[in-house]
Design a protein around this ligand. Sequence first.
Ligand SMILES: C[S@@+](CC[C@H](N)C(=O)[O-])C[C@H]1O[C@@H](n2cnc3c(N)ncnc32)[C@H](O)[C@@H]1O
Length: 295
Amino acid sequence: MKLGEITNNFFKENQAKLEQNYPGINLNKIKCELYELLTPHFLDTHEFFYSPYVSIANHPINIFFLALSKGTPLEYISGKKYFYESEFLVSPDVLIPRNETEILVEKAIEELKMWYKKTDEVLKVCDIGTGSGCIPISILRGFGKPLKVLATDISNEALKIAQKNNFNLRYSYPVVSECRFKCMDLLEGSEDQFHLITSNPPYIKEESDEKLIHQQVFEYEPHLALFIKDKIYDDWFFKLFQDVHRSLYKEGVFIMEGHEHHLKKLEAISHKLNWTNTEIINDYCDRNRFLILRK
Ligand SMILES: C[S@@+](CC[C@H](N)C(=O)[O-])C[C@H]1O[C@@H](n2cnc3c(N)ncnc32)[C@H](O)[C@@H]1O
């Protein structure tokens, strides 16, 4: 019998007693606890590497070496990526969060601090194309005051990972905050209004930029998270800027990560939609990386 089935049966058979002994317990919680227990947190590395090991098919150690030999990104092997003071779960359904995206999080927190001085309302934030959820969850943590957050993605599989991360990290931000997840195409059909919108959208041109992409990224990371077809690229961002404009309060701010070769053109496209207060800022390597649009 599989461990999952054994756990399900154990929970069913012992539910009443468990609920009495562990207030608030549920099947998921037991599964999390069991998983944590079986994953060693601390091992003496000397002992670990000098212990005899007999190779067994499907043993985690064999799987690790097989994945390494295939070039699987380490984050997809470990299932984890550290980003802005938190550990995020990742799977091949989501982009591996990049360090430069932490600059976007910092900018977003700065903007929220300014908004906080101007209004007593609970500030509303939206993150478009949330992937692992690293941006909204880090904003919630870094801002440290209650927020109402909507995180969207067109991929249901990505949203499942984001929701798991939100569950795991829910105590790292104020409990009264709200963090919702919704599957949608950009902000199509949304009538919500926000003080701040963030996005790290797919921004690589599928045909002309493809040769600049590292083979490992191309092979393993979700293409939905990376590429936009060349011929729809400008229209795609035009639509994004339109949706964002409609969904921001007056004086609201949009912060977006983008491609160093295309950000200037995208800034020009935003001007066609009457965004006038615009700015491009650089990443750690001094490349154009972020576009800030103010309504
Ligand atoms: C570059 S990844 C960013 C993921 C995460 N925000 C991060 O910074 O690591 C882009 C994300 O946008 C999502 N996406 C692609 N097209 C979309 C669309 N039309 N509407 C909403 N999300 C979309 C992808 O599924 C992917 O999760």
